[in-house]
Design a protein around this ligand. Structure first.
Ligand code: ATP
Length: 235
């Protein structure tokens, strides 16, 4: 299902962080959302997932409005965010954390199929099922955060800096997993500070500058764009 964002405005109190953002994620796409610190990437994801109420604009999934729909109902419709900083339940086990991702589902067989998919994607989570989430390494916690979101059976996965703070080998593991999730039919909106890796993974990308879309296009073109290279790719 297509996710569309039109004229999105949102902020914190009197301070507007997004001044009319337009973007879309087509079925089957990976779309990267790039931009400097404070450009509004996280705010955009939070508005889409219903954690922050937009002050103007439209957000639609398959043509149905999402703006104003409560966050839990947005998850049930298939738009699921993996928050920055993971937000796991540290004193619950890996298995219990995964189970919480499926809280809105009533299809027991589907939930077990999702669990099997997550275990195939991240075998370490199967091996550590009974371990408390708080005792996992940073990379394993990030895998669990992605796994928990997958347990909700998303149509569109919103990822906020999934590689933040991870060693290069784990960054590759997480990004390869995102590619696999996408190959399984899930659309992805990816906020990532590693712009080069994000553009290699994504089909299309948007560059946010102080709360508006400054640039958009196929990821391959942005990888070659002189301005993007200078500002975000360090070359
Ligand atoms: P980062 O990479 O630092 O997460 P970002 O592109 O995700 O950056 P946002 O976190 O969306 O940017 O921030 C957009 C603007 O909103 C910034 O000016 C930021 O200072 C402001 N902002 C973000 N969160 C809050 C908050 N909880 N309260 C007040 N202002 C906020």
């Amino acid at each position: 299902m297509r996710l569309t964002v039109e004229g999105l405005r949102a902020g914190y109190g009197a301070v507007e962080a997004l001044h009319g953002v337009d973007l879309r994620v087509e079925p089957g796409e990976i779309v990267a959302l790039l931009g400097a610190n404070g450009a509004g990437k996280t705010t955009t994801l939070r508005a889409i997932s219903g954690l922050l109420r937009p002050t103007a604009g439209a957000i639609r999934l398959g043509g149905e409005p999402l703006a104003g729909v409560p966050a839990h109902a947005i998850v049930a419709r298939g738009v699921v965010q993996v928050p920055e900083g993971r937000r796991l339940f540290a004193t619950l086990t890996v298995r219990e954390n995964l189970g919480l991702g499926a809280f809105a589902r009533r299809d027991a067989a589907g939930v077990e199929a999702s669990r099997a998919f997550v275990h195939r994607l991240f075998p370490v989570l199967a091996a550590r099922e009974r371990q408390l989430a708080g005792t996992l390494s940073g990379g394993e916690q990030q895998m669990l955060a992605v796994g928990r979101a997958l347990m909700a059976d998303p149509k569109v996965l919103l990822l906020d800096e999934p590689s933040l703070g991870l060693a290069p080998i784990l960054v590759r593991t997480i990004l390869a997993a995102i590619r696999e999730v996408n190959a399984a039919g899930v659309s992805v909106l990816l906020v990532e500070q590693n712009a080069r890796a994000a553009l290699r993974l994504a089909h299309r990308a948007y560059v946010l500058v102080t709360g508006t879309v400054a640039l958009e296009g196929p990821a391959k073109e942005l990888l070659e764009d002189p301005g993007v290279k200078r500002a975000y790719l360090g070359s």
